[in-house]
Structure formats: structure tokens, C-alpha cells
Design a protein around this ligand. Structure first.
Ligand code: NDP
Ligand SMILES: Nc1nc2c(ncn2[C@@H]2O[C@H](COP(=O)(O)O)[C@@H](O)[C@H]2O)c(=O)[nH]1
Length: 325
């Protein structure tokens, strides 16, 4: 099996078919809705809050609200009152089942539900998918996180409408060091491996460090990418602002860090400071332009044309050119 990651793969251009990059369509469809770019900010407390989620929904972007210290029922009601779709996260414990029951009792059905736990290849996830499909069959269910083809097959068979792939490639992740497990360091080839068996969309989660990594994810089978660190640290981002030597930073911490959990138990995340980098709308616009450029280099007009390109692996045992014949 080839092992590579974002930083040692490059995609190979094909003859250009457009006169302007503006002709390239970076949009993607997930769960019956079309979104401007194949990017979703991570469902983490220092990346999204109610205000950012509403702005994303109203401006054509996909979002997933985090699931920490909030009332999902209030969130879904507010989003629907404002004419926006609702996209929430759930765990797999008793309070998460209670949330589903309360939503059903109020007749509130979120359009998207992401079951989000560290080790998503688990019977607890199977049980939650089955409960959601029974109680809210109209909701589009994303389940994760996983990092193997067997897990993708199981989640799909259990009823998930999409899977989220990535165990430990995140910037504030310490799973690899704490447990010895994960896809950190080879996330892109893990994605390729999972995509080979997937029959439903995959969200590649974690490890995106450059805008070009979005196109690489699409090439290796993602429908969408989830991004934490690159979308944290904006002026609107939640989390404290810290000044260091006259420069402004925003905190970005892992959902399994003691900062998020409020206690040091089963910690698999850390806290870092991200330099404040302007407005999130500007970063998303630049990502859209860069994905449009990627499509043009792929000799295409639509996002999925990126899937057709060849690639090279730079350095290491797997180095070489990989041609689609
Ligand atoms: N993508 C990634 O690599 C990772 C992401 N995270 C993020 O951190 C947040 C918290 O995750 P999580 O701790 O799962 O959430 P929860 O604390 O809600 O735990 C969910 C359930 O899964 C159990 N659980 C958690 N990890 C394992 C494991 N390794 N093996 C067996 N059971 C497990 C927990 O029980 P108990 O606590 O008693 O074991 C609990 O019952 C989530 O947002 C998650 O996405 C966390 C780690 C890795
Ligand atoms: N192992 C851990 N992974 C975590 C934690 N909190 C979030 N995450 C994952 O990271 C991505 C974002 O990655 P980035 O490279 O774009 O910053 C996020 O979507 C989660 O899947 C954690 O505490 N531990």
C-alpha cells in the first residue's frame, strides 16, 4: 500500500478547458443542498459558534455546530426561525438520546446530524444511527470519526449517509502520541484507502494546512473537507484573544483537550495560539478562488474533474508518477 500525505503529493495538470477560472464551479452537493465550496469548518468550540453558523448557512456554506455546552434544541429552533438549515453534532450518551427525544417532541428535525466521537467504529454509533433513522428519517446523518475501510463499510451499512474520516491528523491532536493509533502523517492515503470502498460521501477531517490540500482531498475521494486550525483564529472566531509581543493570537484547542473537557481525563487534544488572520469571509473567498484554480489545472470545469488527474509522490519509498490509464 502506498503511504503519503498532503505534503508529499502533487497533482499533475491537464490541458486547460476554460478561458477564465471564474468558469470553474467549486460547488458541491451534500444531503440535497448545494454549497459554494467543499469545505466545512470543524465542529469545535474555538472554530464555530451560533453567529458564525448562521452566517455560513445564509451565505451558501456548509457548517456543523459543535456539541459542547449548548442546548441543541434551542439551536435548531433558532436556525429554523431565521430560515436557515440546522446542522448539529451529537455524541452517543444518554443526554444525546434525550436531545433527540426533545427535538422529536417539539417537531424539530435538523437537516444534518453529525455523530461525532473519537472512535466512531463502535456499536454506540450503530445504536445512535439506528435511533436517528427511526426517530428522524429525514435528517442526513454523518458519522465518525473513522480511519479504515472496514469502518466506512460498517457505518454505511448501519445507515450513515456520509462518513467522516480522520483519526488524529488534527493540528491540536495528540492521539497519535497518547495512544499510538491513527491516520496522522498518512491521512491522505488513508482517505484514498477508505474512498475505494465508500459508496456514500466522505468528509476528510483534519490535517489540511494549505488551500491546495482541499483539491488533493477531492482527488483522493473526499466530497468535502473539515478544517479546524486554518479556519480558527479569525476576527469573529470564538475563543480568547491573546497578545504576545504586540501580535494578536486566538486560542484554538482540541475538543478532547482539558480546556474543552474542564478536567484532565482521557485527554487527546492540546491548546495552541493561532495568529489572528482577518475575516473568515475573506479566507473562504480565497479558498473558493484557489479551488477554482485547482479545477482549471485539472483541465476541468467542475469540482469532481479533479478526481481525473494523475499525481506524483515526492521522495520516500513510494516516490514516482501515478498515471490513470
Ligand atoms: N478526530 C480525532 O482524531 C479525535 C477527535 N476527538 C474529538 O473530541 C471530542 C470528544 O470525543 P469523545 O471523547 O469520543 O467524546 P465523548 O466524551 O462524548 O465520548 C463518546 C463515547 O465514546 C467513548 N469513547 C471515547 N473514546 C473511546 C475509545 N477510544 N474507545 C472506546 N470508547 C471511547 C466514551 O466513553 P469513555 O469516555 O468512558 O471512554 C463515550 O461513551 C469529539 O468531538 C471528537 O471528535 C477526540 C479524539 C480524537
Ligand atoms: N485527536 C484529536 N482530534 C481532535 C481534537 N479536537 C478536534 N480534533 C479533530 O481535529 C480536526 C481539525 O483538524 P485541523 O488539522 O484542521 O486543525 C477536527 O475536525 C477534529 O476531527 C482533539 O482534542 N483530539
Amino acid at each position: 500500500m502506498e503511504i503519503f500525505d498532503y505534503d508529499n503529493v502533487l497533482l499533475l495538470p491537464r490541458k486547460c478547458r476554460v478561458e477564465s477560472r471564474s468558469e470553474c464551479d467549486a460547488s458541491v452537493t451534500l444531503g440535497g443542498r448545494s454549497f459554494r465550496i467543499p469545505v466545512v469548518p470543524a465542529n469545535m468550540k474555538t472554530v464555530v459558534d451560533d453567529k458564525i453558523c448562521l452566517w455560513l448557512a445564509q451565505n451558501g456554506y456548509f457548517y456543523v455546530m459543535h456539541r459542547f455546552d449548548l442546548d441543541n434544541v434551542v439551536f435548531v429552533r433558532r436556525m429554523h426561525e431565521q430560515g436557515a438549515y440546522a446542522s448539529i453534532s451529537l455524541g452517543v450518551k444518554k443526554p444525546d438520546y434525550d436531545t433527540v427525544d426533545r427535538l422529536v417532541a417539539e417537531g424539530l428535525v435538523p437537516e444534518y446530524i453529525t455523530i461525532d466521537i473519537a472512535h466512531g467504529h463502535a456499536d454506540s454509533v450503530k445504536a445512535m444511527i439506528e435511533y436517528l433513522k427511526q426517530k428522524m428519517p429525514a435528517a442526513f446523518v454523518i458519522a465518525g470519526n473513522v480511519g479504515t475501510p472496514e469502518a466506512v463499510i460498517d457505518l454505511e451499512n448501519w445507515g450513515a449517509d456520509a462518513t467522516k474520516v480522520g483519526i488524529g491528523p488534527g493540528k491540536v491532536c495528540i492521539t497519535r502520541m497518547k495512544t499510538g493509533f491513527g491516520t496522522g502523517g498518512w491521512q491522505l492515503s488513508a482517505l484514498k484507502w477508505c474512498a475505494r470502498v465508500a459508496t456514500k460521501p466522505i468528509i476528510a477531517d483534519g490535517g489540511i494546512r494549505e488551500h491546495g490540500d482541499i483539491a488533493k482531498s477531492i482527488r483522493f475521494g473526499a466530497t468535502m473537507v473539515m478544517i479546524g486550525s486554518m479556519l480558527a483564529g479569525h476576527e469573529e472566531s470564538p475563543g480568547s484573544t491573546v497578545e504576545v509581543d504586540g501580535r494578536l493570537f486566538k486560542e484554538y484547542y482540541g475538543s478532547a483537550s482539558d480546556f474543552n473537557k474542564g478536567e484532565y481525563r482521557h485527554v487527546e487534544g492540546k491548546r495552541i495560539l493561532e495568529p489572528v488572520k482577518g475575516k473568515i469571509a475573506d479566507t473562504l473567498r480565497e479558498m473558493q478562488e484557489d479551488v477554482q484554480s485547482s479545477i482549471s489545472y485539472a483541465g476541468g470545469r467542475r469540482l469532481m474533474d479533479i478526481r481525473k488527474v494523475n499525481y506524483v509522490i515526492l521522495g520516500g519509498d513510494n516516490a514516482g508518477e501515478h498515471l490513470l490509464m
